[in-house]
Structure formats: structure tokens, C-alpha cells
Design a protein around this ligand. Structure first.
Ligand code: CA
Length: 239
């Protein structure tokens, strides 16, 4: 069941084809996956299907004001955001950062500078969360509990064993991979757009909670962080 991390998915929103291609080629050379969008409309359509790890957004698009794109995106998504601006657009850079961009590059930019900024932003976002890549790590111990991802077996502190459903086991594995770290609903669903699915993740969390907590209304192990997501409050040891 443990998997390795897939390369980060990056959406490139840029109407100038030559620049878009340069950005995409550079990203792919450095191991990322790039998807190109030439208009804001196409970009939002793409976002509804799948949330990327990071967006590289040209602020000068043919069909929509860059700041409006930025605001609309930030209202719904928590992925990284690198803004691309023209040489003289100090206003754009400042406004971009004010509106939630993580960083910016100025055209024309060095591909390596862009990669450095992309990597720096991605370090700040845990992104879609995956299991430990090391297949030797087969058992997680936390707060007296034991979980074996290979067989979905959960053992209580008193030694009682239960087999979790695949959905419960996936969710628990994600939480165990990032203990004491707030995970958004998006991250818990593996990076998919959750606008239609956030109820299902809440339901899944409450089912999983019932395995652990005597009183799920006052959950101590899987905490709700209001307006942000969920957090596993425990020290996890993999062996
Ligand atoms: Ca442009």
C-alpha cells in the first residue's frame, strides 16, 4: 500500500504560447507535471476537475482581469500560487502578494529562478498527502493504538483488533503521515477539488473518529480545526 510521491502537478495559466511552452518544458525537465491553460475560463474549468499542487498565473490574460482570477481562485483553493508579471508592473506584484500569491517572477525570467521559487512555495504546502515511501515501515503506533496499512488492521490500546474499510484506512494513513499538522479537506482527499465533496470527507472523518473516540462530539485524537480542516493530535512512530 505505501506509495512514492508522484511529481507535483502544476497548472500554467498563460496566453502567450511561447512563454507557456518554455515554462512547461522547464517544469517537466525538473520532474513536475504541467498542464497549460490559455484563458481564465479554461483554468477554472480545470480547477473544478482537479486541484493542482501549484498554479503559475500570468496576470495579463485575454478574458479576465488577473487580480479577479487570483481572488476567485484564493476563495476556494489552498494550493501554491506563483504570479507572473511584466517588467514594470510593481502595482501588479504588490497587489498579487496582497491578494494571496505566494511569490512572483518578472518577465523575462530565468527558468532556474522560476524553479527555485516553485520549489520554495511547494515546501510551504504539504500538498496531496501520501504514505511513507519506505515499504519497510509497516506499522504506525500512536496514542496507544496500532495501525497496519498493509492489512487495514487497527488495534486498540486494550488489544482489540478491527479491520477498517479502504476509505477509512486511506484517511487514517494520510493523517498518520502528517501528525500534528492541519490538513485541509482537499489534502485529505488527495488534492481533488472538494467543492462538491467536502461533506463526504466530513462524514468519513466522523466515521473514523467513532473507531477511536468515546465521545466523537469532543474528539481529542482527530481534531476539527474550524475553517481549516483536521488534525491528528498524537505522536506517530512508524516501525
Ligand atoms: Ca499574457
Amino acid at each position: 500500500m505505501p506509495t512514492t510521491r508522484s511529481p507535483g502537478l502544476i497548472y500554467v495559466v498563460e496566453d502567450e504560447l511561447a512563454i507557456a511552452r518554455l515554462i512547461a518544458d522547464t517544469l517537466e525537465k525538473f520532474g513536475f507535471r504541467a498542464e497549460l491553460f490559455r484563458t481564465a475560463e479554461a483554468f477554472f474549468h480545470g480547477l473544478r476537475h482537479k486541484a493542482p499542487d501549484l498554479v503559475i498565473l500570468d496576470l495579463c490574460l485575454p478574458d479576465m482581469d488577473g487580480m479577479a482570477v487570483l481572488q476567485q481562485m484564493r476563495g476556494k483553493h489552498t494550493c501554491g500560487l506563483l504570479v507572473v508579471t511584466g517588467r514594470g508592473d510593481i502595482y501588479d506584484r504588490v497587489m498579487g502578494l496582497e491578494l494571496g500569491a505566494d511569490d512572483y517572477v518578472v518577465k523575462p525570467f530565468e527558468p532556474r529562478e522560476m524553479i527555485a521559487r516553485v520549489r520554495s512555495i511547494l515546501r510551504r504546502y504539504p500538498g496531496p498527502v501520501l504514505l511513507p515511501a519506505n515499504p519497510d515501515l509497516r506499522v504506525a503506533e500512536f496514542a496507544g493504538w496500532r495501525f497496519e496499512p498493509g492489512s487495514n488492521t487497527l488495534t486498540s490500546p486494550s488489544g482489540q483488533q478491527e479491520t477498517l474499510s479502504t476509505a477509512e484506512a486511506q484517511l487514517l494513513s494520510v493523517l498518520l503521515a502528517h501528525p500534528n499538522h492541519i490538513l485541509t479537506r482537499e489534502q485529505l482527499l488527495g488534492g481533488r477539488d472538494v467543492s462538491a465533496l467536502d461533506r463526504s470527507i466530513d462524514l468519513r472523518v466522523s466515521r473514523l473518529r467513532r473507531r477511536f473516540e468515546e465521545n466523537p462530539q469532543h474528539a481529542k485524537l482527530i481534531k476539527t480545526v474550524y475553517g481549516a480542516g483536521y488534525l491528528l493530535a498524537a505522536t506517530v512512530t512508524w516501525s
